[in-house]
Design a protein around this ligand. Structure first.
Ligand SMILES: *Cc1c(COP(=O)(O)O)cnc(C)c1O
Length: 343
């Protein structure tokens, strides 16, 4: 357990560091046990645990922010709880009750309050719940025992560069998730499936791979491990597909676009050619919030779709980001009921 909290808040990266206590809970004999605090950041696991061999593992990512008033706010915790429950069902793990998830998250934040960055640094406390099968098996069958752990650490911005926008690499060479596979669940297996593509993109100077739908290679799917949105004619457009992870950041941006900015919202299949007609484009997720897209290079055809020439985010991306951050930090009224206070 880390006791020294002398952290350089202004220079945090998006990286792991040990903090105070984490919270753990075990499932056995058909029920969840008590939540327990641990001061260790390691686990003890059977060498044949199903999470190691057959990928029975799911995780979540959410953030807590400190406002100008000093109070700590957790953003959309219940939505993450519901999504983790869906992931549990999706890969045959014990169902984690929404209330248990929320209780564990609140306990971790409370126990690590001194690690919640002060207001004004653009930093936050990143909360990482994880659940995995622990039953030893060599035959392929779901585990009967599971462990749920929640830990947290302070993080800074995900992409730190001299410009606000980042480039993406479009290719038809890889799929992240199958149309009727596990793309809608937040499971580690989907990330393993995207590592080769992701590293190819990084080695060529791109932030991530821009995936098309696996069946027809005609429609926009996800950008790396983030959802895509485009802006045109005062409309927020985001793809609908059976292989996209339902991003809570994306849902928040849709709500802000509709109810605060008075925009139209369209959730539908987005043909790749439509990229040429968009005024702005972005990738979104909890870690990076919004990554405004500079350009998307189709490395299969040589075509480039350019959204920003000066490294700056477009006006709608800026407005969306401003409102989302203001609600998270408590600078703007939370008209949606997204915030949980821990004190
Ligand atoms: C977590 C994740 C996202 C972003 O979801 P948020 O709820 O906004 O953090 C998008 N795509 C994938 C594949 C993810 O795993």
């Amino acid at each position: 357990m880390k006791k020294d909290t002398s952290i350089d808040w202004a220079n945090l990266t998006f990286g792991y560091q040990q903090t105070g206590l984490n919270v753990r809970c075990k499932y056995a004999n058909g029920k969840w046990g008590d939540l327990m605090f641990s001061d260790s950041d390691t686990i003890s696991l059977n060498i044949a645990a199903t999470c190691l061999h057959y990928g029975q593992e799911a995780f979540e990512g959410l953030k807590a922010f400190r406002g100008k008033d000093g109070r700590v706010r957790i953003f959309r915790m219940k939505d993450n709880a519901e999504r983790m429950l869906a992931s549990c069902k999706g890969i045959k793990m014990a169902e984690l009750p929404v209330e248990l998830f929320c209780e564990a998250v609140c306990k971790v934040v409370e126990a690590n309050k001194e690690f919640v960055p002060p207001y004004g640094y653009g930093a936050s406390l990143y909360i990482r719940p994880v659940i995995f099968g622990t039953t030893p098996r060599v035959g392929v069958r779901p585990a009967d025992e599971f462990e749920f752990i929640v830990f947290a650490m302070p993080v800074g911005l995900y992409f730190k560069g001299d410009k606000e926008t980042t480039p993406f690499m479009l290719t038809r060479k890889y799929d992240r998730a199958a149309p009727l596979g596990t793309g809608t669940y937040k499971v580690g297996g989907n990330y393993a499936a995207g590592m080769v593509a992701g590293e190819e993109a990084h080695s060529k100077g791109y932030s991530a791979v821009f995936y098309l739908d696996a069946r027809e290679k005609k429609y926009i799917d996800e950008c790396g491990a983030a959802n895509f949105f485009g802006i045109k004619n005062n409309t927020y457009i985001t793809p609908e597909s059976t292989s996209i992870l339902p991003s809570i950041t994306n849902k928040s941006l849709q709500a802000i676009a509709e109810r605060i900015l008075g925009m139209k919202v369209e959730k539908r299949k987005v043909p790749v050619e439509e990229l040429a007609t968009l005024e702005e484009a972005g990738a979104c997720g909890t870690a990076a919030v919004i990554s405004p897209i500079e350009r998307i290079d189709d490395i299969d055809t040589g075509e480039s779709y350019i959204f920003s020439k000066n490294g700056e985010a477009g006006p709608v991306c800026k407005k969306l980001l401003k409102h989302l951050k203001a609600i998270q930090n408590g600078d703007e009224e939370d008209i949606f009921g997204w915030i949980t206070y821990v004190d």
